[in-house]
Design a protein around this ligand. Structure first.
Ligand code: 5AD
Ligand code: SF4
Length: 468
């Protein structure tokens, strides 16, 4: 009897009883198990979800352990060197598993797959399948070919839109927060960055598709949506009237969805911070007071060499305008230290900018050479110098982060509860400003949004009590 054709109709999200029965009540064999490990940014988290859903149509259910998987998929990140190396060492660790289980299929997805597809196949013969971030809607076909013993590689940038090709999203209940990709790719070509090469040119999804997906998420219990894009504020998707809409217009449309309580977006470029978006931060109640706005460096000479097309001064003025619209907004940033040719004076300019802006949270990285990008050819800063600068930068950012977190004590904030805490009766959620907040003796459920008074600030989180 051929079992697989029936099973195709029972994807991951409907698999509460995965042992689907055929007519005549004959039990089917167990579903295949899929283990996905995700590296890198939130967009990869979103992509992993969609890949799992696509493979659900092939009869896969997700497992948390690689040991009992029939297919292992590494969804990779290529933004820094170490990320790719981690992937190779992780693949090496599957050697024993594959020897025990010859039917195990191993796939590599994401940006390392895009950048090094053939190299991966050559360097690691364990790999059966390589799929780039723009072609994962083809995973079901690719999986069938891999099952038939073929080695399959697809790193195309196809004409068709993968989101259109992917099935509608599942209907089962889910947690209260979700990511939703609205824009992909980047045309900025910062001199250090691989994204324009791995994710391709900037593309925005149409408004109607995004609203439809958001509505479905809300029906499934989602109350907070984070709109994702490598350059999310450059969003210019087709609106219902045929004209391109800005990110702010999209946010206002999402604002109309009953049951959706919070909207966030990431990651933005300073040059695409349009007036209507700044204004929305002051007027749209559902838009949370948190903005991730990478600056990368504080020296105009280095910013120019980075091809950032903004200056330290224009960035600071922009932050002032955003704070004028929403005074309590928490600003987050990304920084690169040890960019080629960076002098101590350049580095000091970055510290000065940080002092001026005051970041609530930040991500900082030592420059990592990415072959093929313009900066890779330039005079590199000595590793020990870059290390020392990174330490100084992080000490300053940690101090600021601490000050901003501590300043929350005594304030009333909204908290969306995401899970139970470790202590009995305790719940944990995120504040409007994205701080983790613990509430003791909390009679609220996961997905509830409550007003909370912050009473203390701990190492990495706040403690609060319900108001009223
Ligand atoms: N080296 C170090 N950091 C990098 N980033 C991007 N490319 C590199 C690189 N080659 C950082 C930037 C970006 C964040 C996602 O990763 O700060 O904003
Ligand atoms: Fe990379 Fe962001 Fe620059 Fe685009 S704007 S090239 S994604 S750092």
């Amino acid at each position: 009897m051929r079992l697989h054709c029936k099973r195709r109709h029972f994807p991951v999200w409907q698999a509460a009883d995965p042992y689907v029965r055929l007519e005549g009540n004959e039990p089917m064999s167990a579903p295949k198990k899929l283990f996905i490990k995700t590296y890198g940014c939130q967009m990869n988290v979103y992509d992993s979800e969609r890949m799992a859903e696509a493979l659900g149509g092939q009869g896969y259910v997700e497992t948390k352990s690689a040991d009992d998987a029939d297919m292992i998929l590494l969804n990779t990140c290529h933004i820094r060197e170490k990320a790719a190396e981690k992937v190779y060492s992780e693949l090496g660790r599957f050697k024993g598993l594959k020897a025990e289980k010859p039917d195990l299929k191993i796939g590599v997805a994401g940006c390392v797959a895009q950048a090094e597809g053939e190299e991966i196949m050559r360097r690691q013969p364990l790999v059966d399948l390589v799929v780039g971030p723009q072609s994962y809607h083809r995973l079901p076909e690719m999986e069938s070919k891999a099952r038939a013993g073929e080695k399959v590689l697809d790193t195309d940038f196809p004409e068709e839109d993968k989101f259109e090709k992917l099935k509608n999203r599942p209907k089962a209940k889910r947690g209260p927060t979700a990511f939703l990709t609205v824009q992909e790719g980047c045309d900025k070509f910062c001199a250090f960055c691989v994204v324009p090469y791995t994710r391709g040119a900037e593309v925005s999804r149409p408004v109607s598709r995004i609203i439809g997906e958001a509505q479905e998420l809300v029906e499934r219990g989602v109350r907070e949506i984070t709109l994702l894009g490598q350059n999310v504020n450059a969003y210019h998707g087709e609106g219902p009237n045929g004209a391109d809409w800005t990110l702010a217009q999209l946010i206002w449309e999402l604002d109309k969805i009953d049951g959706l309580e919070r909207i966030r977006f990431t990651t933005s470029h300073p040059n695409d911070m349009m007036d209507d978006l700044i204004e929305a931060h002051g007027t749209c109640k559902k838009l949370m007071p948190y903005l991730h706005l990478p600056v990368q460096a504080g020296s105009d000479r280095i910013l120019k060499r980075m091809n950032r097309s903004h200056t330290a001064e224009s960035y600071i003025r922009l932050i002032e305008r955003i704070r004028a619209a929403r005074p309590d907004i928490l600003i987050s940033g990304d920084f690169i230290v040890g960019f080629p040719e960076e002098t101590e004076e350049d580095f000091q300019a970055t510290l000065d900018l940080i002092e001026e802006v005051k970041y609530g949270t930040a991500y900082s990285f030592k420059y990592s050479t990415r072959p093929g990008t313009p900066a890779a050819e330039r005079a590199q800063v000595e590793a020990a110098v870059a290390d020392e600068r990174l330490q100084r930068l992080q000490a300053l950012l940690t101090r600021q982060q601490r000050e901003v977190q501590d300043s929350m004590v005594g304030r009333e904030v909204g908290v969306l509860f995401e899970k139970a805490g470790r202590l009995p009766g305790q719940m944990v959620g995120k504040s409007d400003y994205l701080h983790a907040v613990h509430v003791a003796d909390c009679d609220r459920a996961i997905g509830d949004l409550a007003r909370v008074r912050i009473v203390s600030s701990g190492a990495n989180s706040l403690a609060g009590e319900l108001i009223g």
